[in-house]
Write a new protein. Structure first.
Ligand SMILES: [Zn+2]
Length: 310
């Protein structure tokens, strides 16, 4: 089996059937062993340890005042016998002070920080736990009202469904993940990479885009490559996937073979796209003028696996 991508393989048991059992949930919410992943405005609580960034999880005592104040604990799952929940503290103005963690040196001490800034430095399981918590909390924050009738919704089943409170409607809304295809297009010993104007200078990456309604993944691959680079492709072959909760995607990685060669930036989403040979990329990877995408991304994985094949 292939090595899982970063932010996957967190190893939690998601206990699908158990999370519907209110008594089981009550016991876990009262257990001293339970741990809570605090999230504040899409950021995680972290501090520096000697070995790098270290996420801070709350114990029951620290979490209880927030839960009593109306924050809904969102069950992530069991790590062995230890239940893990996400707690979205976004409604609080100063959560660090409430937790007694406000320090004099905010850059070094406990602080809320975006996972994108420190995710790649975490162990895989920890990165996956934080990504899962962030994705689930984001979904709740964007589904406070029913998309059918506009009434408020309330969370149920430990945070894995939101139910419309209107007695006539009662629609159940389930957490959503947006599928996006990401593909390395190759032409013999060359690969097609592009860059957006807002990216770091010199960085090139694989092409990507969201799957549209009524479209297969293979069709989405072909359409996006045509729109962004004017290249026709065939043989879209699945490689692997990656949860990417920034804010709510699952990246579906493919290799595709080019049928045409001339690049045209049709939809202007890219500032530039080019063919790069294996040898050139190997010689220039991460030098001063050319950069590949970040190491925790599936785009980097697709590129490195392909470089390793030739
Ligand atoms: Zn409704």
């Amino acid at each position: 089996m292939k090595r899982p991508n970063f932010y996957a393989a967190g190893g939690l048991d998601r206990v699908g059937p158990l999370r519907k059992d209110p008594d089981w949930l009550k016991t876990r919410l009262a257990a001293e062993t339970s741990r809570f992943v605090p999230i504040w405005r899409a950021q995680h609580l972290v501090r520096d340890s000697g070995a790098g960034p270290e996420p801070i999880l709350l114990d029951l005592g620290a979490a209880t005042p927030f839960i009593l104040g109306g924050v809904e604990p969102l069950l992530l799952g069991l790590d062995g016998e230890i239940a893990h929940f996400a707690l979205d503290l976004s409604a609080e103005d100063a959560p660090l002070e409430q937790l007694g963690l406000a320090g004099a040196v905010p850059e070094e001490g406990p602080r809320f920080q975006d996972l994108r800034a420190f995710g790649p430095l975490l162990p895989q399981r920890t990165g996956s736990l934080l990504a899962y918590a962030r994705g689930l909390a984001h979904w709740h924050s964007r589904h406070r009202f029913c998309g059918v009738c506009g009434s408020p919704t309330i969370g149920a089943e430990a945070g894995h469904v939101r139910i419309c409170i209107s007695p006539e409607c009662k629609t159940h809304h389930f957490p959503r993940t947006d599928p996006a295809v990401i593909m390395l297009v190759t032409d013999g010993d060359r690969m097609l990479l592009g860059r957006q104007a807002v990216w770091m200078k010199g960085m090139y990456s694989t092409l990507a885009g969201f799957v549209e309604p009524g479209e297969s993944l293979e069709e989405a691959v072909a359409r996006e490559v045509k729109e962004e680079a004017g290249i026709e492709v065939e043989d879209a072959v699945y490689h692997s996937s990656q949860p990417w909760p920034f804010p709510s995607s699952i990246m579906l990685g493919f290799y595709a073979t080019a049928k045409s060669r001339d690049i045209r930036l049709n939809d202007k989403e890219l500032e530039d796209a080019r063919w790069f040979s294996r040898d050139w990329v190997r010689a220039h990877v991460d030098d001063e003028f050319f950069r590949l995408p970040r190491k925790d991304s599936i785009s980097r994985r697709l590129i490195e696996d392909w470089l390793g094949q030739g």
